[in-house]
Design a protein around this ligand. Structure first.
Ligand code: GLN
Length: 198
């Protein structure tokens, strides 16, 4: 059965955005780099890459993206990865900073320690009969310390939720573009929205 692919926007201000484009190319999903407010009109879904959330916040302000971003994340499928998760959380500790409050979670920035403590942890992603081995790559990752009632945990590692969704929002504390698998990108492009409302 052929699947209709949406156009995925990748917030391309800073961080590891090119790797997401490469993975989407590999699975024949169209993508667009998002640099300007107008770019949000061309896309169906958005990936926020890992990088540095404080820098992304500043660049979004400087480039005038805040309003279009705020509007988009209200109801379109959005996947915040690592720094992207920090931007979408309802509250950020260590240190406290502005968030877009799109998913009801509290995160500790760099909650697994500094760059030196980066790690790769084997895990499994199971959803609606799919099962895939995923290497979770943590790089100065946010740690989820509180999860609201409406939030679903899709992958836990060491008893911490690391892949979660609420309505149209998907977040991962790990870097999905470094897992060596395109499975999660395929999931976000083709299956995420319908799952999110179950
Ligand atoms: N620690 C970074 C932040 O808070 C995120 C790191 C990452 O995206 N790998 O923005």
């Amino acid at each position: 059965m052929s699947k209709k692919s949406p156009i995925i926007g990748i917030l391309a201000l800073q961080g590891d955005y090119q790797k997401h484009t490469q993975i989407l190319d590999k699975i024949n999903v169209s993508s667009v780099e998002v640099h300007r407010a107008e770019d949000f009109e061309r896309i169906d879904r958005l990936i926020i890459p890992g990088g540095e959330s404080t820098v992304m916040l500043k660049l979004m302000k400087r480039l005038g993206l805040e309003d279009a971003f705020t509007e988009f994340i209200k109801n379109k499928p959005v996947w915040g990865t690592c720094a992207g998760m920090v931007l979408l959380a309802s509250q950020v500790n260590n240190h406290s900073q502005q968030t877009y409050d799109a998913i009801d979670i509290v995160v500790d920035r760099n909650g697994y320690g500094r760059q030196y403590f980066s790690s790769v942890e084997p895990s499994l992603f199971e959803m609606n009969g799919f099962c895939e081995k995923i290497n979770l790559v943590f790089i100065r990752a946010p740690r989820v310390i509180n999860v609201g009632k409406g939030v679903r945990t899709l992958i836990s590692w060491n008893n911490d939720p690391v892949f979660l969704s609420q309505n149209n929002i998907l977040v991962s504390s790990f870097h999905p573009e470094l897992t060596g698998s395109s499975f999660l990108h395929d999931y976000f492009a083709h299956n995420f929205q319908s799952d999110a409302y179950k």
